[in-house]
Design a protein around this ligand. Sequence first.
Ligand SMILES: *[C@@H]1O[C@H](CO)[C@@H](O)[C@H](O)[C@H]1NC(C)=O
Ligand SMILES: *[C@@H]1O[C@H](CO)[C@@H](O)[C@H](O)[C@H]1NC(C)=O
Length: 399
Amino acid sequence: MGGKTILLLIAGVLGAYYVYTPLPDNIEEPWRLVWIGIPVKMITNLALLVEFLGIDHFVNTAMFFMSFQEVPPTSDENVTVMETTFNDVPVRVYVPTRKSEILRRGLFYVHGGGWCMGDAALFNYDFLSRRTADRLDAVVVSTNYRLAPKYHFPNQFEDVYNALRWLLRQEILEKYGIDPKRIGISGDSAGGNLAAAVTQQLIDDPDIKIKLKLQSLIYPALQTLDMDLPSYRENRDSLVLSKPLMVRLWSEYFTTDRSLEKTMFFNQHVPMESSHLLKFVNWSSLLTEKFKKGHSYYSPNHGSSELAKKYPGFLDVRAAPLLADDNKLRDLPLTYIITCQYDILRDDGLMYVTRLRNAGVQVTHNHIEDGFHGALSYNGLKIGYRIENQYMNWLSKNL
Ligand SMILES: *[C@@H]1O[C@H](CO)[C@@H](O)[C@H](O)[C@H]1NC(C)=O
Ligand SMILES: *[C@@H]1O[C@H](CO)[C@@H](O)[C@H](O)[C@H]1NC(C)=O
């Protein structure tokens, strides 16, 4: 074989590898999704290669490529956009330009990215906040927070909480013309995790008298104890968020030491003395038959106490909101949860829906049958617009 033939062969195999993406039958616009998937796969593989060669942490490579999607805080004819800090945490604030006779609604938004990546300045997040401000005639505060691997839990949580606390003060609400009775919080993925966690924390905060009217969680991550849920099994190799990537992101939230990741992957990280927590994430009792679908329940194996002593974060309710007991959940505000069928985090959201309803919290659950993780952020795809519309309609009626 000549050099050219070999090159063609390699190009063919690589091409097939990058285009080959097994998708469920009911996915809309499959070819567009495959097309979007190609650069995602390439960047992921490149980032892993760079890390394997010992050059840089995979997150740094991924962040480098993502940074090209950041946009400056540009005002348009309908929304004034500014950057400032709330309690030293950088935020972007979106204020509708038109005059308002009454106080406006307020929405505090937390972006996703696995506690390692993402930024309020990314085009998709900027666009979403801008449209939310315009459509709901609301003031949107889109917060940033420090990220792993440089910063670990609880820094992410604390940054988001500090920024939220700064907002929920009379003088700040007056400054932006926000109605203290109509403030909500939203977040997607890791942002949904942080939104759920700070909403719980706020309930008992004696310093903050102004409380949230609602929380809206978009395919949130809510627990670290069981990495063998039906949704983890069914979406193990998902293009957008696979099990190896999800476990890696979870463990990076707590430490860069990869021994935690290994035990998490095999579901051997929960120590014996914490086994009482497993009931809070027991999918066998918390999922409906539709989602249990013939899967067998195996209780996670007991892990070493050493690891849990070193990185107690994964057993902390501020990282895993599903670990809150019913007494705590009972006081949560009106809740909206989006889950997607083809999403490794689907069952986290489903279990939270069950637990909140059991505790008497009013929950609107929107399950997207043809949805996948991150679908809201794919603005070019019909599904992104569809989810956004449903989300905004709910906010518009309830905030
Ligand atoms: C501003 O609002 C008007 C009226 O709703 C709309 O037609 C226009 O497209 C909006 N501009 C931007 C930049 O979104
Ligand atoms: C989980 O729930 C199932 C069925 O409800 C039960 O048999 C099992 O003992 C539970 N396991 C744990 C660890 O709570």
